[in-house]
Design a protein around this ligand. Structure first.
Ligand SMILES: [Zn+2]
Length: 189
């Protein structure tokens, strides 16, 4: 999972200038590079509930600094050897930052607007809503009044902190307060 403080090193000229968003396969988001950091931003107004894009990548059982958890023991990651071009065009989800007050959420592999998103706004989601136990915890600087500080995954959140998240990914729902734990293979009466 991506740590906002450590953007991946991609072979591009150093620049502190805000660049025109580079289009991706999605028609509503683009990647900008500012202060030597890549960021995914909206390039048009995106209404709440709209699909932003679908996350592409290989499935793995080993979480990494950049992987995204999509199942109990399943993560999406990049296989090695992709060119910068490919990462920017197809695997741009890697540049989504965490926020404790995010503007999008992840449903399986789909990224959906949680509220209206304005052009140039960074596309963010709450890593605690997808990750159970992060490979590389980090200190959050989102500035939200509800900021949790160190982000390590849902595993480390108290009951009331979990409640405040709202929707979490389906593989984490059984860890939410008040959720019934239905054993696999049985149906709920
Ligand atoms: Zn925060």
């Amino acid at each position: 999972m991506k740590n906002p403080d450590k953007s991946p090193v991609i072979d591009q000229p150093a620049s502190g200038i805000l660049e025109i968003p580079r289009p991706t396969r999605s028609e509503v988001v683009g990647v900008i590079r500012a202060a030597r950091e890549y960021r995914l931003v909206a390039i048009c107004p995106i209404p709440a509930g709209d699909l932003l894009f679908r996350i592409e990548g290989v499935q793995t059982t080993t979480p990494t600094r950049y992987s995204l958890q999509i199942g109990e023991n399943l993560h999406v990651d990049l296989s090695g050897g992709h060119s910068t071009e490919e990462i920017l065009d197809r695997y741009f989800w890697r540049f989504m930052n965490h926020s404790c007050a995010p503007n999008s959420l992840i449903r399986d592999r789909e990224v959906v607007a949680r509220r209206d998103i304005q052009p140039w706004e960074s596309v963010t989601f709450d890593y605690n809503t997808t990750e159970w136990d992060m490979a590389e915890p980090f200190s959050c600087g989102c500035g939200s009044v509800d900021c949790l500080g160190i982000i390590r995954g849902l595993r480390y959140l108290t009951s009331s902190q979990r409640e405040r998240l709202g929707t979490v990914a389906s593989h984490l729902r059984r860890h939410m307060p008040g959720e019934c734990r239905v054993p696999a293979g049985t149906s709920q009466a």
